[in-house]
Design a protein around this ligand. Structure first.
Ligand SMILES: [Zn+2]
Ligand SMILES: [Zn+2]
Length: 278
């Protein structure tokens, strides 16, 4: 049962819908859920996973329940639909934004630039889900991905990708930083949870330089983790370093997950650290 949030004006900047193969619920159902949650804005970020070398996963976009191979053309119905829904729900007091979660892979830059030229996206999320072409978050493939590296190497490779993505300046925001924890904590053990620390300073520097934000992604709690993606210590340090951490994302894959745990996450997205510093 969706409860209204106690504050007005919040936005959920990471929502999937039934155009994503792993999500359910129509755009309209998500908008109605957003209104029930008292949100002012919702941004749809369907998956766009187009790595030609990805192993073990065929990537599609769902259009009216039918799977179409991922391409710019197969995005057209999604883009048109989000804009139509936006016109409808604007009259009901909900702002609807057009976004995309691009599955990042080495060399994706020209593809991303072309997508940005063709479509008038409000928001482009960079989702890093693979290392060397194997997904580290899917249940069926994370072992195959991780078995190739030590925990330290996994984290090092991950940040190599984050840095390239930040330097590209193509994305508005990095989605779910430290997402390797989703399966990595089970696979490698608890010690993995601090391995990001040596990479933070340079990550923040590149995000600020490239005007790229860092998402506060609450889905980690649904995945059984104790903290968000990234961890609260990272969010607070990023804020101190001047990184934009104003975007909350539930990574909803069902309408009832819209605005998930925003009651608590809200406190992080505001300037609490800055005001403490005076
Ligand atoms: Zn993602
Ligand atoms: Zn997502």
């Amino acid at each position: 049962m969706l409860q209204p949030l106690p504050v007005e004006g919040l936005a959920d900047y990471h929502c999937h819908c039934d155009y994503s193969v792993d999500a359910e619920g129509t755009l309209e159902e998500y908008c109605r859920a957003a209104l029930k949650r008292n949100l002012a804005e919702i941004c749809f970020t369907t998956h766009f996973d187009a790595n030609p070398d990805a192993r073990g996963s065929a990537e599609y976009i769902c259009v009216k329940g039918e799977r179409k191979p991922v391409s710019a053309d197969s995005l057209v119905p999604y883009v048109d639909h989000v804009r139509r829904v936006g016109e409808k729900f604007y009259r009901e007091g909900l702002s609807v934004k057009l976004g995309l979660e691009v599955g990042w892979f080495p060399g994706c830059e020209s593809m991303v630039a072309k997508l940005k030229d063709r479509f008038d996206f409000d928001y482009l999320l960079c989702g890093i889900h693979e290392l060397d072409d194997i997904c580290f978050c899917c249940r069926h493939s994370y072992r195959e991905c991780f078995q190739r590296y030590t925990a330290e190497k996994t984290v090092e490779k991950y940040f190599e990708y984050v840095w390239i993505a930040a330097r590209s300046g193509l994305f508005d925001c990095i989605a779910h930083l430290n997402y390797y924890l989703r399966s990595g904590l089970d696979y490698y053990g608890e010690s993995m949870s601090t391995l990001h620390r040596p990479f933070m300073e340079e990550t923040f520097r590149l995000l600020v330089a490239g005007d790229t934000g860092l998402e506060i992604n609450t889905s980690a709690l649904r995945h059984g983790l104790r903290d968000y993606y990234p961890q609260i210590e990272v969010i607070n340090a990023a804020k101190k370093a001047g990184v934009d951490v104003s975007r909350l994302g539930s990574d909803a894959h069902r309408p009832e997950q819209v605005g998930f745990d925003f009651e608590a996450a809200l406190a992080l997205a505001t300037n609490s650290i800055r005001s403490c510093d005076g």
